[in-house]
Design a protein around this ligand. Structure first.
Ligand SMILES: Cc1ncc(COP(=O)(O)O)c(C=O)c1O
Length: 366
């Protein structure tokens, strides 16, 4: 949906991050502009410059520069982690709903997927008993997305412990996509799953919590041995990150600037959530949602007799609004709406959704 439609609709609500920072908001002062203009446009270090890796490592407890491998977006980090780990016939336990990239890759590579279902009735947590019943000695990897896309839920302590214990007990890899870490709306900063189990690969990047998707900067955190393995895969894919992105990412992750950027994200989330909540409340029993703890997304259950893909298609074709249907996350009956745009844009798009809802109701009563 992203590649097909995001640039052709009036209201693009398929984006799950806050509206992006501008380059002139990131750069501070003439010296930085000068340095940027003087950058040689050669290949940067294949795994990211040492300073960038050092700054990324500093955002984790117990990570060193050697534990960081810089990629082009967290999507590339997810891709090479899955590429490195999955062989035909493997079994993987994958959280659902989820950013369905690892799920899709596993399916493509004939990996047997066992879905670990997040439950609406548990505030979008999973039942630890379900995890126990899914993980066996055959499990190659357990993949989670925390904070979660599309629900915005942050894994509770009991679930965190259950995931770590299950990976340790079974000897499976733990793959944790943490691209929304730092994009908490009210909750304290999410704790990474890094540092609890040797066979762990964390993926993350600057696209969501930092509002810098255009840099295409992502990373993997893993043991030195685990990263040795992924390096070769990276050589067959994109070789290196982009030089200018590496430079700008270093600035974004400078400790003070990082906090400023994360505060900007939090304040956008805090001011936009009440707007969409008011809108949902005005619709009474039409919508239900669990307030998202993180991310510029809200996962809404609707009480209409229409399939989610059909509803999203009508919104796109008839109202030029792009939202993601629950079908794409393996849960029909829901829509994921991006809540990160500027206020007027958000309100304009919600009005268009209202127009269609009125039309659907009128169709139903005629
Ligand atoms: C959970 C999750 N992981 C990874 C990505 C990919 O992000 P990027 O490649 O821009 O870092 C996304 C994008 O929406 C996402 O939601």
């Amino acid at each position: 949906m992203q590649c097909l439609y995001e640039r052709v609709v009036d209201y693009e609500f398929s984006e799950s991050g806050v509206h992006p920072l501008h380059l002139n908001e990131l750069l501070e002062g003439d010296d930085e502009i000068k340095e940027l203009l003087e950058s040689p446009l050669g290949y940067p270090h294949a795994d990211g410059t040492p300073l960038l890796r050092e700054r990324i490592a500093a955002t984790y407890k117990n990570a060193e520069t050697e534990n960081v491998f810089v990629t082009n977006g967290s999507s590339e980090a997810n891709f090479i982690a899955a590429w490195r780990l999955f062989d035909k016939g493997d079994e993987a336990v994958i959280m659902v709903p989820n950013y369905m990239q690892t799920w899709g890759l596993a399916r493509t590579w004939d990996v047997k997927i066992k879905e670990l279902r997040l439950r609406n009735d548990l505030g979008w947590q999973f039942d630890p008993e379900d995890l126990k019943s899914l993980v066996t000695s055959k499990t190659k990897a357990i993949q989670v997305c925390n904070p979660n896309n599309p629900t915005g839920a942050i894994m509770a302590d009991e679930q965190r412990k259950a995931v770590i214990d299950a990976a340790k007990d079974s000897g499976a890899w733990l793959l944790s996509d943490e691209v929304y870490l730092g994009a908490e709306r009210e909750a304290p900063r999410t704790e990474s799953l890094w540092g609890y189990h040797d066979k762990t690969l964390i993926t993350n990047g600057l696209s969501k919590a930092y509002g810098l998707p255009g840099l295409r900067t992502g990373w993997l955190i893993g043991s030195r041995e685990a990263l040795e393995g992924v390096k070769f895969h990276h050589d067959y894919l994109t070789l290196t990150p982009a030089m200018l992105s590496d430079r700008l990412a270093r600035l974004a992750l400078e400790p003070k600037r990082r906090e400023k950027i994360l505060n900007r994200t939090r304040s956008i989330l805090q001011s936009n959530y009440p707007i969409i909540k008011d809108w949902l409340d005005r619709h009474g029993t039409m919508f239900e949602h669990v307030p998202p703890a993180a991310g510029a997304i809200i996962y809404i259950r609707y009480n209409l007799k229409i399939n989610s893909t059909a509803l999203a298609e009508r919104l796109r074709k008839e109202k030029s609004v792009l939202v993601i249907p629950g079908d794409h996350f393996g849960t029909d009956g829901y829509l994921r709406i991006g809540t990160g745009p500027p206020k007027d844009y958000l309100l304009g798009g919600l009005d268009r959704i209202d127009e269609l809802l009125r039309e659907i109701e009128a169709e139903g009563s005629s």
